[in-house]
Design a protein around this ligand. Structure first.
Ligand code: XUL
Ligand code: CO
Length: 435
């Protein structure tokens, strides 16, 4: 059975190709900084957007009909969706996918039934993974859609809901481990509050930390060696989400002793919603040695919500790839297209166009960033700005050896520092020239 007839395997044809279903930049074996592009990115498909989202929005129904059957029971529906998913990923050359537990199959009426369903789906996935070579970048639990989580999951004021969420995470971890998932994600969509008036924030944060510790301990005891990622986002659906941005999450992980096992999954549109750039969030994570993974997408400059559009901004992605190359790559994760085609993009081929564009964009950005680092003066100019710390008193300051009084004495002997331009426009031009 073919779900995407008329679409062949998508291959690299080079920048001159006029075939819309070909890569112009993503040559998976091309070496950049000593590593093939496919390894830099570990591109992943987001199961939820691509195979579950029929295009509904708060104002209207779904617009897309899927080419697989949904007339059978939950397990047979889940299997045909999964067969289509693997055909899609194979044709695109996507090496990985990411999933929520109930993307794979509808939640059952009870936890026991859900576990049974997840076992059936992971059996099926194992077969397909074996025959295609496609792997799991990360799994996660959907702790935000069901009404029981309306007041939060791990941070719910009711212990019974917290424990119900923990049970669900156990099943999602089991499913991820059965599929040899390389990582596991926590995105806390409802871990936050709608009003501080009814919220004990300190207590909720402590509950969240305990919850994460117990999940981590369980998985480690089962032999899971992957990384746990927290995915920051400032709001939506909560008015305020506790995992607001990278800096907030890093502080939380350090405060509660989770920083050895957890790293960050940085999403473009979440970064911009929190008032930062994507590259800023990557840099903050990288500074802490916690740049784990990326959720690729983009927002809309005129909208203040999470539009999850496919990425297409070369300048933004090239700046991001500079951060990535400087920090030696992602720690354990990859680039997951947490993005959806627009509601009026209703043909199956639109899903292919979207991913081809995203993969090509990241490849192009990485190649350009590598050129900036290797054959432009940018790195040397940036280092030169800090040259006064490389020797003498500046180096002593960096080592923490100068007291405030010694700094005072130095300033008096040196006199007024000369003005030194930051040359921002020149840096911008250098980057632009490599695009
Ligand atoms: C929501 C979001 C999620 C997470 C996984 O904004 O990004 O899809 O990536 O739960
Ligand atoms: Co995401």
């Amino acid at each position: 059975m073919t779900y995407f007839p008329g679409i062949d395997s998508i291959v690299y044809e080079g920048p001159e190709s006029d075939n819309p279903l070909a890569f112009r930049f993503y040559d998976r074996n091309r070496l950049i900084a000593g590593k093939p592009l496919s390894e830099h990115f570990k591109f992943a498909c987001a199961y939820w957007h691509t195979f579950c989202n029929s295009g509904g929005d708060p104002f209207g129904a779904g617009t897309r009909s899927f080419p697989w059957s949904s007339d059978g029971d939950a397990i047979s529906n889940g299997k045909s969706k999964m067969d289509a998913a693997f055909e899609f990923m194979s044709k695109l050359g996507l090496d990985y996918f990411c999933f929520h537990d109930y993307d794979l199959i509808d939640e059952g009426a009870t936890l026991v039934e859900s576990e049974h369903r997840l076992m059936a789906m992971t059996d099926h996935a194992r077969d397909l993974m074996h025959s295609t070579g496609i792997k799991v970048l990360w799994g996660t639990a959907n702790l935000f859609s069901h009404p029981r989580y309306m007041n939060g999951a791990a941070t719910n004021p009711d212990f019974q809901v917290v424990s119900r969420a923990a049970a669900q995470v156990k099943l999602a971890l089991d499913a991820t481990m059965r599929l040899d998932g390389e990582n596991y994600v926590f995105w806390g969509g409802r871990e936050g509050y709608m009003s501080l008036l009814n919220t004990d924030m300190k207590r909720e944060l402590a509950h969240l930390a305990t919850f994460l510790h117990k999940a981590k301990d369980y998985a480690r005891n089962q032999g899971f060696q992957g990384t746990f990622f927290i995915e920051p986002k400032p709001c939506e659906p909560s008015k305020h989400q506790y995992d607001y941005d990278a800096a907030t999450v890093i502080g939380f992980l350090q405060e509660y002793g989770l920083d050895k096992d957890f790293k960050l999954n940085i999403e473009v549109n979440h970064a911009t919603l929190s008032g930062h750039t994507f590259q800023h969030e990557l840099q903050v994570a990288s500074n802490a040695g916690m740049l784990g993974s990326i959720d690729a997408n983009r927002g809309d400059n005129q909208n203040g919500w999470d539009t999850d559009q496919f990425p297409n901004n070369l300048y933004e992605i090239t700046e991001a790839m500079l951060v990535l190359l400087r920090s030696g790559g992602l720690q354990g994760g990859g680039v997951n297209f947490d993005a959806k085609v627009r509601r009026n993009s209703t043909d199956p081929v639109d899903l292919f166009h979207a991913h081809v564009g995203g993969m090509d964009l990241f490849a192009r950005g990485l190649i350009a960033a590598d050129r900036v680092l290797q054959s432009s003066p940018l790195e040397a100019m940036r280092s030169e700005r800090y040259a006064s710390f490389d020797a003498g008193k500046g180096a002593a300051f960096e080592r923490g050896e100068l007291s405030l009084s010694e700094l005072h004495a130095h300033a008096i002997s040196f006199g007024e520092p000369a003005q030194r331009s930051g040359h921002q426009e020149l840096y911008e031009n250098i980057l632009n020239r490599q695009l």
